[in-house]
Design a protein around this ligand. Sequence first.
Ligand SMILES: [Zn+2]
Length: 607
Amino acid sequence: MARLPEELVERVRAASDIVDVVGEYVALKKRGRSYMGLCPFHPDRTPSLSVVPDQQFFHCFGCHVGGDVFRFIMEIEGMSFPEAVKHLADRAGIPLPDLEYDDEAGRRKNRLKEAHALATRYYHYVLNASRHGETAKEYVHGRGIRPETVERYRLGYAPETGDALVRFLQKRGFGREEIVAAGLGVEEGGRLADRFVGRLMIPLEDIHGAVVGFSGRRLDGGSPKYVNSPETPIFKKGRFLFHLGRAKAAIRRLREVVVVEGPLDALLLAQEGLENVVAAQGTAFTPDMAELLGRYAERVVLAFDGDEAGERSAERAAPILLQRGLDVKVARLPEGLDPDAYVRASGIDAFRLRVLQGAESYGAFRLERLKRGLDLGDAADRARYLEQAARAIAELSNPFEREAHIEAIVKAYAVPKDLFQASVRRHLEAQARKAAEAPPYDRFAGRIHSSDAGGRRRRPRTAYEAAEARLLQEMLARPERISEIMDAVGGGWITPEGTALAAELYALFYEGITGRELVPKLMTALEDPALKDFLTELLLEEAPPLSPAALADLVATLQVYPKENELKALYAERSKALDAGDFARAREIEARARAVRSEIERLRRRA
Ligand SMILES: [Zn+2]
């Protein structure tokens, strides 16, 4: 997009209170001058995310991400800066001028989305208004999907003709290469054909409602039952959950999400009033999907199909969700039924009452599954079961749940409690060892980012870095001292972040910006996300006013820093000269070192 006018950015910022915006994603509690909540950017059990309304910024003590309201939206929605401004402008009802994409990748994605918007309209038209759509219409009706649901989700039909959509798109200016890249057409022996033929078309919307792909369902019993769009620049299967965009508000309100397997299951449940439902789309559950759900939900109810495949999917998905800190329950459907068939047979109330409310904890589900194929009357099988059960119990994170399962098993199989407990403990210890060896959590791993921000390295500050940080804090907290500190330190900042931050502070000072606008302006000026992390970290730390003596002391520490480095270099040179037997040179270096040492002493005394 073209560069946004600064005045507009400021208007959007003023209309987007950071506590309100963050509060739409994270439950916040007031604590002192800030609000605290669970950080959505790393697995967080103790609230680590701090939001400060006075200066309109956020910072996480755990993963050290921080910034203003735009940065928050960029990180949580995976948007670029202009996209985040647009997103918040829409939210605040501020009209934005039509901005053209000026980066190639953005323009490309936009074209692919336009192609999908057209395809959605085309398929929908075929379903509703053409004779090709009649069978599909009957099918949809037979599945209990009402006409208003067909409209709401813009369901469609891909006709049998084989290249109808391709021709439709070409007439509207889309080239062969674009149609293939969008995943809507395929090259077949030199000619371009539709990817989807003779299928009920379900548009796949991203979290903002743009169609980014399709799921096409066969209407006869043939297989494959579903064909999905391939991976494209706008459609990443490992990060996609069907219906999440429409369900997110309900999920946040209820703190619970119901996950089903097929998109039509999700549509039917939503139609019947169960809004907090998403579909995993037949692909294996990924940590990215768990991360997406974790932004909105605390509890996940897996309502997969009532067959072996469905239970196995639940077994694979649950550990990934637990890892993200989510509470997981498994709803069991009667053998052979999927949620859609169940609701058509028994109604949504029965589904809520018997299936969802009857959902068992993942632990109970797992312990039940382990019994399969074992004869628990047989001593060897029973021993095998107890060993596997001990391991499964050790994998549960809640100690009370672990204890409850231990009790139940000890009672059911008449095993000595201390024996079984020891077995669980052994598995717990093995897991703790494994966890300790695993690389530390990286909040940027596997995520798609508009900027390639890296987490700032975390180690205690050295004395020099601490002095620099303290002086920067003084300028931030009391801008009236910027000029004084600027005169004393000049260009003597020592770290790259400190140097960059000071440069921006000086620049704003010269523009006459020193009041409450200082921090917001600074946040915009610092384009590097790592600098925003650094700035918000400084802002969160207590910084009582510095006395003149303390200030002079810190300035001296910064001035000493390059001298200390010089001294170190001289010592290295001197020992090299001594090794080489060049005593004259060693003596000369020693004289220079002495001069530097007395300079350091002079600086320290002056402080
Ligand atoms: Zn965090």
